[in-house]
Design a protein around this ligand. Structure first.
Ligand code: TIU
Length: 232
């Protein structure tokens, strides 16, 4: 029997089946959230992303409790930069580009400390971790196969940054037929105006890319209602 839940959202309520829904947490890595990483190398104030961590943590806890498929993504590149387009590497401060040494290891390189997901949101054993070389989580990854294998139809999406990797992933997912619910306070941007505009763009035109709701609206829907307290 489907475990359907209806979530109040913009532009209108969204009904999902928890068994066909995945929580996708985009790039909550030290490289974006902490000083000395890729985000700062691009000239950004990384402290602006901290507010997204507690709502992401609450969503992660609810998803785990409800038995949702949990997918974590990480943006990054191979140590030899073979999957890093030169046009991408050339951007940013000349002495702190992708692959250069920094306080958290080589910037945006897999296996380095900066590439790790922040400790508060560390993947649990068995959770899917998708390493992606691009902004979108579908490009050059196995994400589509993972979702198809699990019969996933809807994605609850959060992470950073709203208008870059969250948006690119939602656009990719939308074109692949997934219904995407973006959790507004569980996303973050180095540019508050871009965050707001990015969210508005998703829900505009009757939900051209998907739905948007705050975690306060999403959490009660995801949290299990069939737990031990009810059964007792
Ligand atoms: N720079 C910026 O806003 N974002 C990225 O480079 N990657 C992600 O959004 N993950």
């Amino acid at each position: 029997m489907p475990r359907t839940r209806t979530i109040p959202a913009e532009p209108g309520p969204l009904t999902i089946d928890l068994d066909a829904t995945a929580l996708v947490i985009i790039d909550m890595q030290r490289d974006f959230l902490e000083p000395g990483g890729f985000g700062e190398s691009l000239g950004n104030d990384v402290s602006l992303l901290a507010a997204a961590v507690p709502p992401c943590r609450a969503l992660l806890a609810a998803a785990r409790a409800a038995g949702l498929l949990v997918v974590h993504t990480r943006e990054g590149h191979a140590p030899d930069l073979s999957d890093a387009p030169p046009a991408k590497v050339a951007r940013g401060a000349p002495r702190a580009r992708i692959g250069d040494p920094g306080p958290m290891g080589r910037i945006l390189i897999r296996g380095e400390a900066g590439h790790d997901i922040v400790p508060d949101l560390a993947p649990a054993p068995g959770e899917i971790v998708i390493d992606k070389p691009g902004k979108g989580a579908f490009y050059a990854t196995g994400l589509a196969a993972v979702l198809a294998e699990r019969g996933i139809a809807s994605l609850i999406v959060c992470g950073v940054t709203t208008e870059v990797c969250v948006h690119t992933t939602v656009r990719e997912a939308n074109d692949r037929g997934y219904r995407c619910l973006v959790v507004s306070d569980a996303c973050g941007s180095y540019f508050p105006a871009f965050h707001e505009a990015g969210l508005a763009m998703i829900a505009a035109q009757g939900g051209i890319f998907g739905w948007v709701a705050p975690s306060a609206a999403v959490l009660p829907a995801v949290a299990p209602v069939d737990g031990p307290s009810r059964a007792a």
